[in-house]
Design a binder for this molecule. Structure first.
Ligand code: VJV
Ligand code: CA
Ligand code: ZN
Length: 393
């Protein structure tokens, strides 16, 4: 047993909208909004809600979405008929242009509302950080890093992270964006490609075969032209299948530690995509909850404000374990937490129906062959440290 009390000296806030859950991308689509409810139920079962400020977030307005996305895209997103309805014969090429419809980004019932809720949570988190009402703001419903200003991509329609960072830039000089989703954070990188006020750093699978979205090579470091302030402010860490907790922690700490020294961020935006966990339906890494959570734990040591976003994650019970663990890291009870899933956890069967794995940390799935050599990882660190010679606060 343990006592859950508020962390001393700082405030953690949890931003959640229960109305996201009932939305469906389609029965067999990998993206399951239900994982957000599963996460929340686990967080509550451990009593972590007593250590945080909990907000039921409102939906983002059209004007807010419009601060990054174009009106013609938003208008179409708003009025596009769901998949099962007859197509609008006046707009035959709009769906192609905006990459809407099709299997990755289907037009489902209530899509616009779902997107506004995700963005609403992330914006709410950013505002609490801006007005100093929160020091660590958690928005698991956000993290949709592929969306472009006029295009949907990879299960993402509205880029809530870009909207939140634009809000942070009103109150803070420099934002460090870190992305541990197994996919490259291309939408966020592109949005801030030509500014030196946002440094983006994504860790992702890149080899041996092409992996979605296919961008984020080691040499992709921002606009190459001499007079562009964004030069060197995009950092990419392309990885191979099967990376382990130990390798990831070493990479993460030496790269993010150096970035912190050179860039001196005033605030961190951390995308915690959980598809980098072992056993993920789409991912190919070998991270355990502990290794994934170590990233948030390391960022926390800098003692600057932080937003933690969700993102990918396609084995829902593992997603819930990881995000519940990361919530415990934020409120500093990760060492104390009883790792057995509490008896009264709603949906408990989702976590323990295979009674062999009753702990929070033990995640499911067979390990993958590790194709990351120490030599290659050392080369990556070397390259990044060279890039950072050009970065100054
Ligand atoms: O690789 C792709 C694009 C294709 C075309 C569409 N087919 C279905 C797959 C190949 C080239 N898309 C990726 C998108 C990944 C998005 C990740 C999002 C995030 O985690 O970074 C942030 C939230 C992809 N990989 C796997 C699938 N799509 C996939 C989509 C499906 C599916 C199975 C796999 C869509 C519907 C259904 N099954 C029923
Ligand atoms: Ca990533
Ligand atoms: Zn992903």
């Amino acid at each position: 047993e343990y006592n859950i009390t508020r962390p001393k000296g700082y405030t953690v806030s949890y931003h959640f909208n229960a109305d996201m859950e009932p939305h469906h991308f389609g029965l067999t689509h990998p993206m399951k909004p239900f994982r957000l409810t599963l996460t929340k139920s686990l967080v509550t079962a451990y009593g972590m809600n007593f250590a945080m400020d909990n907000y039921n977030t409102r939906i983002a307005t059209y004007e807010e979405l419009n601060s990054f996305h174009t009106s013609d895209y938003l208008d179409y997103l708003h009025m596009a008929p769901p998949e099962e309805m007859p197509r609008d014969i006046d707009n035959p090429d709009k769906e192609v242009k905006f990459n809407l419809g099709g299997s990755d980004c289907p037009l489902f019932h209530g899509l616009y509302d779902y997107c506004s809720m995700s963005a609403g949570s992330s914006l709410d988190a950013a505002r609490k950080i801006c007005n100093k009402q929160s020091d660590i703001a958690i928005a698991w419903g956000g993290g949709l890093h592929h969306a472009k200003k006029s295009e949907a991509s990879g299960f993402c329609y509205i880029n809530d992270i870009v909207l939140a960072i634009l809000q942070l830039l009103r109150c803070y000089p420099r934002v460090l964006y870190i992305d541990i989703d197994v996919h490259h954070g291309d939408g966020v990188e592109e949005a801030f490609y030509s500014t030196d006020r946002v440094l983006t750093c994504s860790f992702h699978k890149y080899a041996p075969e092409v992996f979605f979205p296919g961008t984020g090579g080691l040499d992709d470091n921002g606009p190459r032209s001499e007079h562009n302030p964004g030069a060197h402010h995009a950092i990419n860490v392309p990885l191979n299948d099967g990376i382990t907790d130990e390798q990831y922690a070493h990479l993460f700490q030496s790269i993010i530690g150096k970035i912190n020294e050179k860039f001196r961020p005033s605030v961190i935006a951390l995308q915690c995509g959980a598809d980098s966990l072992a056993g993920d339906r789409l991912g190919r890494f070998n991270l355990q909850v502990q290794g994934h959570g170590a990233c948030a734990k390391f960022c926390k040591t800098f003692g600057i404000p932080m937003i933690m976003f969700g993102g990918g994650g396609y084995t829902p019970r593992n997603v819930a374990r990881a995000w519940a663990y990361e919530t415990s890291v934020a409120i500093e009870i990760d060492e104390k937490i009883n790792k057995i899933i509490p008896e009264h956890t709603p949906w408990r069967k989702h976590f323990v129906h295979e009674e062999l794995f009753p702990s929070l940390e033990q995640i499911l799935g067979d390990p993958r062959v590790n194709r990351n050599s120490q030599k290659r990882l050392q080369e990556i660190i070397q390259h990044v440290h060279e890039q950072l010679r050009f970065v100054n606060a």
